[in-house]
Design a protein around this ligand. Structure first.
Ligand code: TA6
Length: 312
């Protein structure tokens, strides 16, 4: 089974602005759509689109929690979220204008889950996840969520024997490194924060990635339009470069990339096939308006256009 754990999911309000978003102007809205939000939820969308068995868990609450589950179920995602108590799942806003310069993401910090909900999640992991499973812990917890609890979740996941994939940032990512998850996917900024270095040259990334590969099997650093640099323990370091496409919104590309990686890993594909697919499906997401939308047909067409480099 493929599990996603999203501690602070969202309902994404995706707004299309006519023209270019300007300060001190009346920016007119062309359309508003609601979408599943939160990085783990987007990972689940890839699993379900590919027909892979999966369960989405984490914390939800209130009216937005109900709305999120409805939106997830429309995508055939099986949801087993834990009720976080009286809290309301956050709403995040994505602004997409017509400048073709990328979207704006404005996120609420979310509300902290109660103690009862936290213990329920730990128990659920212990009881239901096992060594044949893969678990993706993706996205930021609510502001103020203790690092110790985050680490306890990761330790509990690791103790089940499942392969643990992490998409985290800042202090959570830093803390989690010593717990040796199977996979991490920081973006360029997150990787610079993690290493404490202003990395620019590919060689600098490679050096840091290889250092991390001593503890972590797969380290994938996503670089937006430039693709990714991926280090695999005892195998080497690769570059995966997507073809040029007309970008509509890059929000969600990293999440869909992670979904692509896990799906192909689950299907026991080799490293080149795994990341070629992840790169192509992530590029397809960029051509779509909603943060969880992509096309599998377009992905198939993009696959042969992904360039692969073997750096080390
Ligand atoms: O990557 C896109 C996204 O998952 C959005 O759906 C959005 O709600 C946001 O990221 C949440 O990011 P965060 O780091 O706060 O968990």
């Amino acid at each position: 089974m493929l599990y996603t754990i999203t501690l602070n999911p969202a309902v994404d309000k995706v707004i299309e602005i006519a023209g270019t978003l300007e300060r001190e102007q009346n920016n007119k809205i062309k359309k508003v759509l609601y979408d599943i939000g939160g990085k783990g939820c987007h990972v689940s969308a890839v699993f379900s689109a590919l027909g892979l068995p999966n369960i989405a868990t984490g914390f939800t609450g209130g009216r937005n929690g109900i709305k999120l589950v409805e939106l997830m179920e429309e995508k055939n995602i099986k949801c087993e979220f834990i009720n976080a108590g009286s809290t309301n799942t956050r709403e995040c806003t994505i602004l997409v204008d017509e400048s073709n310069l990328g979207s704006y993401m404005v996120t609420e910090s979310g509300e902290l889950p109660g103690e009862k909900a936290y213990s329920e999640l730990i128990l659920k992991i212990q009881k239901e996840i096992n060594e044949n499973d893969i678990a993706a812990l993706s996205g930021s917890p609510a502001t103020g969520f203790p690092k110790e609890k985050y680490c306890e979740i990761v330790k509990t996941l690791k103790n089940t024997g499942a392969k643990v994939f992490i998409d985290a940032r800042d202090e959570y990512l830093k803390e989690v490194i010593n717990l040796e998850p199977f996979f991490i996917k920081p973006n360029k900024y997150e990787f610079q924060v993690l290493t404490g270095k202003k990395l620019e040259k590919t060689a600098d990334f490679i050096e840091e990635i290889q250092r991390l590969n001593e503890k972590i099997e797969i380290v994938a650093v996503s670089l937006g339009e430039e693709g990714s640099i991926v280090g695999v323990k005892d195998r080497g370091v690769y570059g995966f470069i997507p073809p040029k496409i007309d970008v509509v919104s890059e929000t969600g590309c990293g999440d869909i990339f992670v979904g692509g990686v896990i799906s192909k890993y689950y299907l026991k594909k080799d490293i080149e096939e795994i990341f070629r697919f992840a790169t192509a499906i992530s590029a397809s997401k960029a051509a779509h308006f909603l943060s969880s939308d992509f096309s599998l047909d377009q992905t198939s067409k993009l696959l042969p256009l992904v360039k692969i480099k073997k750096y080390k």
